[in-house]
Design a binder for this molecule. Structure first.
Ligand SMILES: Nc1nc2c(c(=O)[nH]1)N[C@H]1C(S)=C(S)[C@@H](COP(=O)(O)O)O[C@H]1N2
Ligand SMILES: [Mo]
Length: 353
C-alpha cells in the first residue's frame, strides 16, 4: 500500500494491485480515515434508529442478523478525493491527501438492507433524509468531531444500500468499519459511514461537518466572507471516471504491441458504455475491450493492445457512461478548493526503446 498518513491511517493500493482482480483483496482495499479507528466492544455495541420514525429501535448484532433477510451487493467504493494529485498539480491543495488513482476499490458486501431496517422503524412522511452517525472523532477538523453523513430517503430505501458486516465473504475488518458499516453503492465513499451506531430519520440533510461543510464542491475562488455550512454542491452520486492500471506511470516498456489496462466506473444508475485510449493526446482514439462488470454497482476493467513507439509516450484514456456523458479533458477545468471529484482524462507516461 502507498501510505498517505499513518495516524489516522490513510492508504491506497498501487496500480498493479487493482489490476490483478475485479474484487479487491481486503489487504489491498484503500483506507480513508478522518480520525483514529474507534475501539468498539461488539457485545456492548447497539444500533440506534430514531428521529422521525413511529417505532425507534435499538438492535444488537444478533437481532440485526436474525430479524432481517441477509443480502449481498458487489459495489465499488470511490473516495471523492480519488485522483486528487492531478488537481494539486494545477493549484496547491494544502492539508489534503494527494490520492493517485487508487482511492477506489471493489468488494462483495454482505448485510441487511437499510430499507428493511427503516420499514421496521416506520419513517414518518416528513422524514426526507436518513443520517448516519459513528463514534470516531475526526482529527482533521477543529474542534475534533464525529464523522457522519446523510442520504435522501429515496436512496436510503433503494435495495442496494446495505448495512454490512462482511466483505468478500470475510468478517468486516476493523479499519473498514467493523462491526457494521453503511454501503451506499454509486455514491461517493464518504456517505458509506463506517463503525455505524446511529441512524436518524430527519427532515433535512445531516448538519455533520462532513455533510454540511466538507465533501462539497466549492467554486474555484469562493468569497471567504460568505463561507458558511451549506455552501457549494453536496457530493452524492459519483461521476464517470477511469484510470490506467498497467503499464505503471513512468514504466519502461519495450516498444511494440503493448497491453494497456485500467478501470472505469460510473456512479448511481449509470454504467460504462465505452472506454477510449489515445497515444497522441486525444487526437485519435482506439476503443478498449470492456470486461463484464462485477455487478451493476461495480467498476469494469478494460484492455487495449496498442503499438507503442520508441521514446516517451503519454497514454490517455477516457470513459463514457450510459447517459453519453464523458470525462472532461483537463484537471484545470475541475479544480476546486478541497480537490474533489477529479474525473478528467487519465494520463500517464511510459518510456520505450
Ligand atoms: N466513521 C467513518 N466513516 C467513514 C469515514 C471516516 O473517516 N469515518 N471515511 C469515509 C470516506 S471519506 C470514505 S472514502 C470511505 C472509505 O472507506 P474504506 O476506508 O473502507 O475504504 O469511508 C467513509 N466512511
Ligand atoms: Mo472519501
Amino acid at each position: 500500500m502507498l501510505v498517505h498518513e499513518d495516524q489516522p491511517f490513510n492508504a491506497e493500493p498501487p496500480r498493479h494491485a487493482l489490476a490483478d482482480a475485479l474484487l479487491t483483496p481486503l489487504d489491498a482495499f484503500y483506507v480513508r480515515n478522518h480520525g483514529p479507528v474507534p475501539e468498539i466492544d461488539a457485545e456492548q455495541w447497539r444500533l440506534t434508529v430514531d428521529g422521525l420514525v413511529a417505532r425507534p429501535l435499538q438492535l444488537s448484532m444478533e437481532e440485526l442478523q436474525g430479524r432481517f433477510p441477509v443480502s449481498d451487493v458487489t459495489a465499488t467504493l470511490a473516495c471523492a478525493g480519488n485522483r486528487r494529485a492531478a488537481l494539486a498539480a494545477v493549484r496547491p491543495l494544502p492539508g489534503e491527501h494527494l490520492w493517485g488513482p487508487g482511492a477506489v476499490s471493489t468488494a462483495r458486501w454482505t448485510g441487511v438492507r437499510l430499507a428493511d431496517i427503516l420499514a421496521a422503524a416506520g419513517p414518518r412522511p416528513d422524514a426526507a433524509h436518513v443520517a448516519f452517525g459513528a463514534p470516531d472523532l475526526a482529527s482533521d477538523v477543529d474542534p475534533h468531531q464525529p464523522f457522519g453523513a446523510s442520504v435522501p430517503m429515496g436512496k436510503a430505501l433503494s435495495p442496494e444500500v446495505l448495512l454490512a458486516w462482511a466483505m468478500n465473504g470475510q468478517p468486516l475488518p476493523t479499519v473498514h468499519g467493523a462491526p457494521l458499516r453503511v454501503v451506499v453503492p454509486g455514491w461517493i465513499g464518504a456517505r458509506s459511514v463506517k463503525w455505524l451506531c446511529h441512524i436518524t430519520a430527519a427532515p433535512e440533510p445531516s448538519d455533520n461537518y462532513f455533510q454540511a461543510v466538507a465533501y462539497r464542491l466549492l467554486p474555484p475562488d469562493p468569497e471567504p466572507s460568505t463561507s458558511r455550512p451549506g455552501l457549494g454542491i453536496p457530493l452524492g452520486p459519483a461521476p464517470v471516471t477511469c484510470d490506467i492500471l498497467s503499464p505503471d506511470d513512468g514504466a519502461h516498456v519495450p516498444a511494440g504491441l503493448t497491453p494497456i489496462t485500467g478501470y472505469a466506473y460510473a456512479g448511481e444508475d449509470r454504467t460504462i458504455a465505452r472506454v477510449d485510449v489515445s497515444l497522441d493526446h486525444g487526437r485519435t482514439w482506439t476503443q478498449a475491450n470492456l470486461d463484464p462488470p462485477a455487478g451493476p454497482w461495480a467498476w469494469q476493467h478494460w484492455h487495449s493492445l496498442l503499438q507503442l513507439p520508441a521514446g516517451t509516450t503519454e497514454v490517455t484514456a477516457r470513459a463514457w457512461d450510459t447517459t453519453g456523458t464523458t470525462q472532461p479533458e483537463t484537471p484545470q477545468q475541475l479544480w476546486n478548493p478541497k480537490g474533489y471529484a477529479n474525473n478528467s482524462w487519465a494520463r500517464l507516461r511510459v518510456h520505450s526503446t
